[in-house]
Write a protein that binds this ligand. Structure first.
Ligand code: NAD
Length: 244
């Protein structure tokens, strides 16, 4: 249970971030979601979290914007009183072969996925240090472990998140703060909608199906809870066996 905790979840308006917000709310955590632009989706997540009897707020913020993240984190702390758990789920893809990939395609994906994760850790960690504890959960990807053709930008950003996770885990461990990464395979969300039930992809997954956002949320709740207090710097794959 996460009763009495406050979780800040980026990308919480939909997909994996939304499933994590709902799971944490069901376990009694206050919820602050950060979203890029879709206000009605964010309000919908907030309303669904509130049904569990917890406080929930949504904050519009581009995670790649260092000073906007600073202001948002300060606002969440002012509104909610504390932040105990940070989940970095905000992410984008701009898939193209290298020959077609522009500088902007590369920079935007790295800025949102990797720098955005750093920005949130940078501004939440002083709060965790003062509170003498905190949990950081970064959503990486099996693309960052295996590499994926057509995703040099995305794979680089997700591999970068793994390095960032391990360095953060080492640096903040003496302060009682843990930092772990989740590496999902193919999960059914808006991000993967166009793939449908692609037979080539299913053939590469030993469990022969895509995952559900709720399955990733179960893992995030474990990493945020008391049962994971001695786990840090870990990268947990949740991919139906694809990257083993
Ligand atoms: P999604 O597209 O459904 O949701 C992405 C979320 O990120 C949205 O809430 C959006 O508002 C937010 N976001 C995007 N850019 C942002 C920005 N600049 N600032 C703030 N918020 C921003 O995607 P999803 O499938 O739920 O993916 C969530 C995370 O999981 C991503 O980091 C993604 O890379 C990762 N992931 C997804 C899969 C998959 O198969 N769906 C697999 C591996 C990893």
């Amino acid at each position: 249970m996460l009763t009495g905790k406050t979780a800040l979840i980026t990308g919480g308006s939909r997909g994996i971030g939304k499933a994590i917000a709902l799971k944490f709310a069901s376990q009694g955590s206050q919820i602050a979601i950060v979203y890029a632009g879709n206000e009605s989706a964010a309000s919908q997540t907030v309303a669904e979290c509130e049904k569990f009897g917890v406080r929930a707020n949504a904050y519009k913020c581009d995670v790649s914007d260092f000073s906007a993240v600073k202001e948002t984190v300060a606002q969440v702390k002012a509104d909610m009183g504390r932040i105990d758990i940070l989940v970095n789920s905000a992410g984008i893809t701009r898939d193209k072969l290298i020959a077609m990939m522009s500088e902007t395609d590369f920079d935007s994906v790295v800025s949102v996925n990797l720098k955005g994760t750093f920005n949130m850790i940078k501004h939440c960690s002083p709060i965790f240090i003062r509170q003498r504890g905190g949990r950081i959960i970064n959503i990486s990807s099996v693309s960052g472990i295996m590499g994926n053709a057509g995703q040099t930008n995305y794979s680089a950003s997700k591999a970068g998140i793994i390095g960032l996770t391990k360095a953060t885990a080492r640096e903040l461990a003496p302060r009682g703060i843990t930092c772990n990464a989740i590496a999902p395979g193919f999960i059914k969300t808006d991000m993967t909608e166009e793939l449908g039930d692609n037979q080539e992809i299913l053939a590469a997954i030993p469990l022969k199906r895509m995952g559900q956002p709720e399955e990733v949320a179960e893992l995030a709740a474990f990493l945020a809870g008391d049962g994971a207090s001695y786990i840090t710097g870990e990268v947990v794959r949740i991919d139906g066996g694809m990257a083993m």
